[in-house]
Design a binder for this molecule. Structure first.
Ligand SMILES: [Zn+2]
Length: 347
């Protein structure tokens, strides 16, 4: 069954909002779902269905960001404060509801309902992203149904599920269904090459075939392989590539992946980033580079994409974080600040 034949009714205009389409930075494949979202005003209820690792969370964050975006141009801009908070999971009006994989209970849906009637804090909308929706039992789903039917007009609900048939037909009929499909091996290859720039091309190609179009699976495989063979220069080259490439989503995803590192590894990583940025500065001033290939390529990329002033600003930011690593910052905290500060520094 194609995705289009499974789209059910449930479109609703939200007030006087003028819909200007949306874009999908960093989200691979699924052209049908993208075309649907681009062509219609936002709905108050979506089901995002697809196997584990197919991008449900990423797409939910992008739609939520588009709904609260205050930037210019097609949303989500990923630069305005509401977009950044949504992507980082800190927007007070974009609420993730999960219950440790067990699905929400009816009491939790009732609590969510009370919350929905409290007006949004910062945005014009309040968005509830409900994870593992297939685990909700019938009474929880019926409580959810009532909320979908008569919730406040500013509220939006995203039900994420890997088994859409476990949802009641009445619930499904109130939602726009977005069925995520595996991406093609070619799309996976391009996406993974962008995400893991330091990796061997053949390895990326093999993984892009083996993952059967499920990018989350491919990311896990490549990240697992990277574990235990921590190489600060490879990691730093990856970071610098993302910084120069101008995708904040890519940068933040990388920052999240740093959280698993020890303090020592993070320090080595920050030192390597600082080194590459200095190389980039030399390169941008016309200096000769006699480094090995990976280091020279990273330096050239920095020189090509960032101004001298921005390189210097980012080096200063790295040095500050490096000092903070010496005392009380945890790796996760440090990684998050690194992405945010670098992004702000260059934009
Ligand atoms: Zn925005």
């Amino acid at each position: 069954m194609s995705w289009i034949s499974s789209i059910l009714s449930g479109f609703e205009d939200v007030g006087e909002e003028v819909y200007e389409g949306m874009r999908f930075p960093g989200f691979a494949g699924n052209e049908g779902v993208k075309a649907l979202l681009k062509s219609r005003p936002f709905s108050h209820a979506y089901i995002l269905a697809g196997p584990e690792g197919s991008g449900k969370r990423t797409l939910a964050r992008l739609i939520a960001a588009a709904m609260v975006c205050t930037g210019q141009g097609t949303a989500p801009c990923l630069s305005c404060i509401p977009c950044r908070k949504t992507m980082k999971g800190t927007h007070p009006d974009v609420i993730h509801a999960e219950n440790g994989g067990k699905g929400l209970y009816v009491d939790q849906i009732r609590a969510l309902r009370s919350d929905a009637y409290i007006r949004p804090n910062e945005a014009g909308r309040k968005i509830f992203i409900i994870h593992e929706a297939q685990e909700m039992n019938a009474s929880a789903q019926n409580a959810m149904l009532r909320l979908l039917e008569d919730g406040p007009s500013y509220a939006a609900f995203f039900l994420l599920t890997d088994n859409v048939s476990a949802l009641l037909p009445t619930v499904r009929s109130r939602c726009v269904e977005l069925l995520l499909s595996p991406v093609s091996a070619e799309e996976a290859f391009f996406w993974l090459s962008e995400r893991f720039p330091g990796r061997d091309e053949q390895e990326i190609r093999r993984t892009s075939v083996r993952c059967e179009g499920i990018l989350g699976r491919a990311v896990m495989e490549l990240e697992d392989k990277a574990q235990g063979e921590f190489d600060p220069l490879t990691q730093a080259a990856d970071f610098v590539h993302r910084l120069a490439g101008g995708s904040e989503l890519n940068l933040m995803e990388f920052a999240v992946s740093l959280e698993k590192y020890s303090r020592d590894e993070l320090e080595a990583f920050l030192d390597a980033v600082g080194l590459l940025l200095r190389d980039g500065l030399i390169c941008s001033m016309g200096g000769a580079l006699e480094f090995e290939r990976k280091r020279a390529a990273a330096a050239q990329e920095v020189a090509k994409n960032l101004t001298k002033q921005k390189i210097i600003g980012t080096i200063e930011c790295i040095e500050t974080l490096r000092r903070q690593c010496n005392y009380n910052l945890g790796a996760g905290h440090c990684a998050g600040r690194l992405a945010a500060a670098c992004w702000e520094g260059i934009h």
